[in-house]
Write a protein that binds this ligand. Sequence first.
Ligand code: FMN
Length: 188
Amino acid sequence: MSFMEILAISGSLRSESSNTALLRALQALAPQGHRITLYEGLAELPPFDPGLETEAAPAPVHALRAQLSAADGIIICTPEYAHGMPGILKNALEWTVASGEFVEKPVAALSTSPGATGGEKALAWLIQTLTVMSARIVPEISQPIPFGRSRVKPDGDIVDPALAETLHKILDGLIHAVEARAQTGSQP
Ligand SMILES: Cc1cc2nc3c(=O)[nH]c(=O)nc-3n(C[C@H](O)[C@H](O)[C@H](O)COP(=O)(O)O)c2cc1C
């Protein structure tokens, strides 16, 4: 597969977010010929309303769905708030349950926090939600990233070489999963 479009979604709206920083770092490491685009619309999504799911869905929801559909693979990086993923991230996922953009889509599910757990509880919840939505989570690369704030600067500059190695492996794994999906079509 030549050109690959990957959509990266951060679950944090914080301007100095370490989750967004991690995605910026991945963006910079994208191999030539592949593009990683940061999703910028999380804060514009209205609260999920099942009554507005189809044609009546608000414009930001249509935009999210279009970006997800156009992506060959997706990376999500979530912070942990009160042992769960942020409501705004869950809200975004809820808007796509019925429309199905995640179905069979290769996904790298990540989390990071300033501590040693790396937000593993939020990640477990994220994986649970994506699983029920039939996303093709790539298990070997989906992982919590401990001590995120001290390993990557807000602009995406990587401070810790070990993190660069981890991020390279995540990208390789996702690209491989997208290629495998392209070869098998929609077969699981
Ligand atoms: C309301 C709130 C609740 C939090 N709860 C947790 C938690 O349960 N576990 C954890 O590891 N960190 C928790 N944190 C700390 C976040 O992991 C930390 O703020 C992290 O840097 C947020 O991600 P960001 O840098 O991408 O914004 C919490 C932070 C806030 C503001």
